[in-house]
Ligand binder design. Sequence first.
Ligand SMILES: *Cc1c(COP(=O)(O)O)cnc(C)c1O
Length: 354
Amino acid sequence: MKKHNFSAGPCILPQEVIIKASEAVMDFNNSGLSLIEISHRSKEFVDVMEQARSLAIELLGLEGKGYKALFLQGGASTQFLMVALNLLEKRAGYLNTGTWSDKAIKEAKIYDDIYEVASSKSGNYNYIPKGFDIPEEYDYFHCTSNNTIFGTQIKEFPDCPIPMVCDMSSDIFSRQLDFSKFDIIYAGAQKNMGPAGTTLVVIKEDVLGKVSRHIPSMMDYKIHMNKGSMFNTPPVFAVYTSMLTLQWLKNLGGIEAIEKENEKKARLMYSEIDLNPLFKGYSSKVDRSMMNATFTLTNDDLKETFETMCHSAGINGINGHRSVGGYRASMYNALPLESVQVLVEIMSELENKA
Ligand SMILES: *Cc1c(COP(=O)(O)O)cnc(C)c1O
């Protein structure tokens, strides 16, 4: 049976990417060798890395603007400390919009003073704080563009007087933004780009080199940059698969084209949540995420019926995160509109039954 994969991460990837990636594991470019058993220093793999890096810059519209892309390891969670090690001298401002920002704050605090410019903790992170000030004397400002767990998303980024760093793990390449507003963007691959195992980090070169601490080599963005993202053995399979997804996206028409699809999916999903009296959205309407729709049943007695119906329709991965409960439909780039249609039909069928 056809599955409809709403998993929050690792998540659905384009079918053609899965096929090409699996072929490369068997026989990479007709070389008679597997992608995962050749040297990362071979011309074949260096070409993959360079293509992945340049596709990322191109799709984000950052060509010729002083940015470099890296594919690192350790997940977005390692970026929480790497950002601080590379940029934090005295004090930084963080916007706290949920679990992931909270973790980023916790790690950065190990190194220096962190100030929360605003927090939506009191509302269990169901909205995005607005109208806060970012002090000019801070080293940088950090925010999380899309809150995967709570289903909120920053729609308008502040005009930031200091370097702006953004964790875009769960919405990178999903919508058009002026990416040149950011000095560092990072994203774990497993939510909109590839398998787990690599993290894309896009850095404006001139933001580096301003801290006095001695940075361990593996944590030093400059070293990774100077080595073409090959300071040590990169996660070859994750980088290759990410490259395939970026090619897929470029062939579709880039972020502009996928954003239209993502808007259609989100509109369909949220209109059902709003019109169907059996469901209630979790996050504040103006801050709703286009990637992760969070909602609950208004009548818990229907839980089993709803879940059985979902299961028989092949719907997978809609259980909400434990800190929110209810349901979460993750609608990343590779999820077809058809999958959202199937879920919405079940929701309305439930209403007719009840
Ligand atoms: C999943 C996620 C992370 C954590 O990513 P890892 O690669 O597991 O370290 C960080 N930030 C956001 C916004 C996420 O969605």
